[in-house]
Design a protein. Structure first.
Lengths: 433, 433
């Protein structure tokens, strides 16, 4: 399985290369260290450290689940102004692991803060004493298994000793691979933009695959920038830009206990101070951040478990965005629609079904549906020149676009999802074996 | 694929046989006529008539979809006190078929009413002139294809000529088979009970398979009784008893444009007049009706597309029934839970995930989860004697019971669903080919 990504990158930045993977390089103020703590027993990388030698401003959006993992509880409890590092492990979600899971993070943060305090003494002109509260954790993997504290704590010294102050594309790729679970491809995206006259980098990695659902800070995604931006501005930008990116994707309608999207600013570039997200000087950054998030979100969907097709569902002329989103996800989460697309069957009746069951009222006399540029339904009736042969040919594409016009207003929403294949069942019927 | 039904039948009536199919026989006042109008081009039965020679009182619950089929529009427009017959066709849903679809039903009802008026003249001591408004339609099959008016109208005379005044188990089986689409088994259920001193029959047939979703008058289900009951009483009994039967099942979370559950009373038995559903004399009937509906609903789930396991999800000790239902269906509709069960993996972490994403608050310190009688989670922690080997063994059963205690109140709800298998994808990826 594998969907071509080249159609995804619609960037404002000239630096974006229209290829599968962009080359991320050095981002001032960030060091990445990745290794195998043997959590998978296959020697694959599974433990990553993102170290901000001068600290980083930050903002995160977490899962909306009523049961959250221990690392999210930890992160929410710290409420620290600056973060010194983010530690991400795979294989174990540290969810439903109780006191042991939480205490493990407490002990790890002690170990890490001591190790990094030592490192600061060796490397920095003005070393800081690191507070355990400055450490955040990302965890992903199986829920309910004992958190592998011993294996991870054992590797902390190695993780710290591998810190280098210049990053290249290989370490980014290693990190993107090191946070994967059932993903088949690493997810990397970047943009460059300007704040005022200063050049700024926005780099991101993500992992996805299962339990991808709308309305949540879905999956793990980490964005890094060298810009100087306050926690407040980062938080507002992240909330604003997640709506039509990570909150617009769905793989299977399920939600993780561990979802986490974070942005970190190393403050390495001395750009003009931004006090409001309405400031004109932040407009380019705002757009570039949206591009990075959308690029990553689309990659998560395209690599959704068992995906063979990437599906965009645009619902427009709706009373409001909430209704447009409801209809878009009613289509995007329908197993009947998703299996029809997997079977390359232009079964538009199932789109009708999904629109009908969504909830919002629609103007049935005007309703229009298109597959790509092919008119299927017009003025609430099967299009008079509807051609099943052409429609069937269109369904053979790897990128399927479904456009629905509802004619109850002026708002629109685009959702992204993938098809439902036998491979999804394969992956999930024996995920743990 | 096929799930054993013998565990389903928990009946108050001694007449219920603990076997795959109960033997339905004569029900006074009802005649069934079934034939092939060649809608499938395979000569299978696809057109059924349920004829009430003296008319029948009736009540129906229809789909909640915002886009409904033309036959449901027709039925809702008639608002007739008595029904003379119900015509059910498969292969074509008569949904999104526009004016032609609706006008076809109008023409069919003219034809049928004329034919039946003739038949009344021949057969009845006091013949009635049949009004086209006394005819209801059930349609199921593909959405959006031209309604096969010619093929159906051509068979109306044959349908009427085949009417016999005594029914047996073969004609019931023929009818149950004749309304099927992708179902692999006919769905038949019966109960006998008493209203006062009079013996009453309640017979039912249903079809299901795809687009089965909670909160809807799901699928096609037709219940027939020889009791004398008013439209008002029938309507109240149906609404009450659908809540924990057809509205408690889910196959894939999708909803049809055509869902229809109806009850018809031929008034053949001169039982005591029932003026309220709180009347003690209707208690037995009430319970028997619930049994018939639950029996049919469970058969629909057990024969859900690609089902290899029947799953009951009981959520109890909840603040209210709505929250219990939300949690039950969050588990029951989760593709990750359903694929794990298909893979016989006791992946209870996914149950946790589904409880967490459901929405309602839970008492995490007391939360308990059981698979059958096996304790999995107790007091919000993995049960201390949890035995993965036993749990894995349990998952090999054909009937999986998941019990969740939420500890926020006293209400409960049981949902029924099936697992998600590769066969589901097979069936739905090329439904139309």
């Amino acid at each position: 399985m594998g969907i071509n990504f080249t159609n995804f990158l619609s960037s404002q930045s000239k630096n974006t290369k229209m290829m599968d993977f962009q080359d991320l390089d050095h981002l001032d103020g960030l060091s990445i260290s990745v290794l195998s703590a043997n959590l998978y027993k296959t020697n694959r990388d599974d433990l990553s450290m993102f170290y901000f030698r001068n600290g980083a401003n930050h903002a995160s959006i977490y899962t909306q689940s009523k049961i959250v993992s221990e690392n999210i509880k930890w992160n929410l409890n710290q409420n620290t102004k600056k973060v010194i590092c983010l530690i991400v492990n795979t294989r174990n979600a540290n969810a439903f692991t109780g006191t042991h899971g939480y205490e493990s993070l407490k002990k790890l943060s002690d170990l890490i803060s001591k190790g990094l305090t030592e490192k600061q003494k060796q490397d920095e002109e003005f070393p800081r004493k690191i507070n355990p509260k400055e450490i955040l954790f990302g965890c992903t993997g199986t829920i309910g298994e004992v958190f592998p504290f011993e294996k991870i704590s054992h590797q902390i010294p190695n993780l710290i000793s591998r810190i280098r102050y210049t990053q290249n594309k290989f370490i980014w790729m290693k990190a993107a691979l090191g946070i994967m679970t059932t993903d088949t491809k690493p997810k990397i995206a970047m943009e460059e933009c300007k704040i005022g006259s200063e050049k700024i980098k926005i780099y991101g990695i993500a992992k996805g695959s299962g339990m991808i659902q709308p309305d949540m800070a879905t999956t793990l995604a980490y964005i890094f920038t060298d810009a100087s931006l306050s926690n407040d501005i980062l938080s507002k930008l992240l909330k604003k830009n997640i709506l039509n990116t990570f909150n617009a994707i769905s793989c299977d309608g399920d939600t993780s206990t561990n979802d986490m999207v974070s942005i970190f600013a190393t403050n390495s570039i001395n750009n003009s101070k931004i006090k409001s997200i309405n400031d004109n000087k932040i407009k380019n950054f705002d757009r570039a951040l949206n591009n990075v998030l959308l690029n990553l979100a689309k990659r998560v969907v395209a690599d959704g478990e068992g995906a063979s097709k990437f599906i965009s569902i645009n619902v427009s002329k709706c009373k409001n965005e909430i209704e447009a989103k409801k209809i878009a996800f009613s289509i995007g989460n329908s197993p009947l629609v998703k299996t029809a697309i997997a079977g390359e069957d232009p079964n538009w009746g199932r789109i009708i079904m999904a629109i009908g069951k969504a909830g919002p009222k629609i103007n049935l006399k005007k309703l229009s549906i298109k597959f790509g540029n092919l008119k299927i339904v017009q003025d609430g009736k099967l299009y008079q020149n509807y051609n099943e042969v052409l429609a069937a040919k269109y369904m053979k594409s790897e990128n399927i676009e479904i456009s629905v016009e509802v004619f109850t207003g002026k708002k629109d929403f685009t959702a992204y999802t993938m098809d439902l294949t036998k491979k999804y069942i394969d992956i999930n019927a024996d995920y743990r074996s």
